[in-house]
Design a protein around this ligand. Structure first.
Ligand code: BES
Ligand code: MN
Ligand code: ZN
Length: 513
């Protein structure tokens, strides 16, 4: 798959003022009285233009704002883009990531061919240069992303490519930046890839197409292999959950397994992690059909599965010493004469039976088979990610994913990874009380609970398929998309989870406990 905008990221040793570029990006805090060394130098070259902007109050260094100063032949740069970083003491790596994203978005809008980032200069020694370069890479991809592949009329208002460089006059500094940048590129590229796959509509991305995309990812890497089960193979294996959900659609379900093997031989001493993602290519609700308003958004119901594909793509580049399975059950949830119905009792892959009380609670029906599959593969850790419940959106809004699980260490590690990668999570319960609600009178389980705590009962349902295996669940129903463009990215799919899952796996300790 071709990138929508071809972004190239490099490092370059060059004096800030002499750097020939369409846009030179620097950061400014809102609460420092004096300009830092770099901004002083630029201000002098620009005849006090930065001072003037600040004095007039046109730019105050506030978070999410920026201003353009024209170089006028006085600097190597045609434009200097001042990006606000907010209050100095509140700044985190997130601040830098968002600033880089903001600059990249502006660069695309201004149709710049080249953009040079010197954001790291504002932070002195406060953050590790490797980490700063990584977030600059991630942010550059995130901010420059747009989804316009189906616009054929006229001009789409952008160039086809953008060349970005991290610059510094000190070669020793650049060496450190370069190291971090390569992971930033791997993660950023994978996330943009995932955003495109998620944004594609359900007539384009069917379960079979999604499986083809997984195969293509595996073809691109020696460390990945891909197996796909079709309906026949799923029937033979008894994956009744995925088959039931897929039964109403002409677009037949698939069960996708990507396997990542680390470099070196001792893979059996290393932990094995399963990343399990819900990939409903369209969720109409099935026979328990959804209201028609905004139903088009349900093309994004494959976002969990696609986050897993994106993470596997990034992991293949980053080559951490861990065994990883990416398990993506995929189906289209449609109403028809062949659909599964409310009242049906389904034999799932685990052997447990599930009474269907609502065909719109389909995510858990496909995930339960995938989680059981991961248990059967003897994975040490299972993390599932899914656009699972509207209840999670009610609880947490559009800023954070719900995080549940059965192991405190795993939850803590995911929270830590969340802080590093900037994809926010919030802990929620999925304890025994919730699990009890999922007991059926005529089967082992039913697929919906009471009116209350829907995100928690859904998680508690899934937890029963993990058994004693360490398991965590990410409900990304709220964070799957941006409803509107923001200062740092365009609207549409977010591919939330690519950074979180990748960061978690690359942060794992080598030895199996
Ligand atoms: N894919 C939806 C959840 C969803 C809702 C994602 C809104 C993003 C935004 C899921 O399959 C679903 O329909 N869940 C039902 C569960 C209910 C029937 C128990 C829900 O949340 O209403
Ligand atoms: Mn549903
Ligand atoms: Zn769904």
């Amino acid at each position: 798959m071709k990138d929508i905008i071809d972004v190239e990221l490099k490092t370059r040793t060059v004096d800030f003022s002499k750097c020939k570029t369409d846009i030179l990006t620097v950061g400014l805090f809102s609460d420092t009285k004096e300009l830092d060394k770099l901004n002083k130098e630029l201000n002098k070259n620009l005849n006090g233009a930065i001072d003037q902007l600040m004095e007039l109050g046109d730019f105050k260094g506030k978070d999410g704002t920026s201003a353009v100063v024209y170089g006028n032949g006085q600097t190597g740069a045609k434009r200097v883009l001042l990006v606000g970083l907010g209050e100095k003491k509140k700044a985190t790596l997130d601040t830098i990531r968002n600033a880089a994203a903001h600059a990249a978005k502006k660069s695309v809008e201004l149709k710049a061919k080249t953009m040079s980032l010197a954001l790291h200069k504002a932070f002195g020694g406060r953050f590790d240069p490797t980490a700063m370069a990584r977030v600059c890479g991630e942010g550059t991809y995130f901010g420059s992303y747009r989804y316009d592949e189906f616009i054929t009329e006229n001009d789409n208002g952008r160039l086809g490519s953008l060349k970005v460089e991290l610059i510094d006059p000190d070669p020793a500094k650049l060496k450190k930046l370069k190291k971090g940048l390569s992971s930033g590129i791997a993660i950023g590229k994978a996330q943009s890839y995932a955003r495109t796959l998620a944004n594609r509509p359900a007539n384009v991305v069917t379960p079979a197409e999604l499986a083809a995309a997984a195969k293509e990812i595996a073809r691109g890497s020696q460390r990945l292999s891909c197996t796909v089960f079709d309906e026949k193979q799923m029937t033979a294996k008894g994956m009744g959950g995925v088959l039931a959900v897929g039964s109403g659609s002409q677009n037949k379900p698939r069960f996708v397994i990507l396997k990542y093997s680390p470099p070196g031989k001792a893979a059996s001493n290393l932990p094995t992690v399963a990343l399990v993602g819900k990939a409903i290519t369209f969720d109409s609700g099935g026979i328990s059909i959804k209201p028609s308003a905004n139903m088009d958004e349900m093309k994004l119901d494959k976002s969990g599965g696609i986050a897993v594909l994106g993470a596997m793509k990034a992991l293949a580049e980053l080559a951490p010493p861990v065994n990883v399975f990416g398990i993506v059950p995929s189906a289209e949830n449609m109403p028809s004469g062949t659909s599964y119905r409310p009242g049906d009792i389904i034999n799932t892959f685990s052997g447990k039976t599930v009474e269907v009380q609502n065909t719109d609670a389909e995510g858990r029906m496909i995930l339960c088979d995938a989680i059981s599959y991961a248990v059967k593969q003897k994975c040490d850790i299972i993390i599932d990610i899914a656009t699972l419940t509207g209840a999670c959106v009610v609880a947490l809004g559009k800023y954070m994913a719900g995080l549940m699980g059965n192991d405190d260490r795993l939850i803590k590690d995911l929270q830590k990874a969340s802080q590093v990668c900037g994809e926010k999570v919030w802990p929620m319960p999925s304890s025994e009380e919730y699990a009890k609600e999922m007991k059926s009178k005529i089967a082992d389980l039913k697929n919906i609970g009471s009116r209350w705590g829907g995100a928690c009962t859904a998680a508690a349902f899934l937890g029963q398929f993990a058994g004693d295996t360490k398991w965590a669940h990410l409900d990304i129903a709220g964070v799957w998309s941006f409803e509107k463009a923001t200062e740092f990215t365009s609207e549409g799919a977010s591919a939330f989870g690519v950074r979180l899952l990748t960061t978690y796996v690359t942060g794992l300790k080598k030895k199996k406990k």
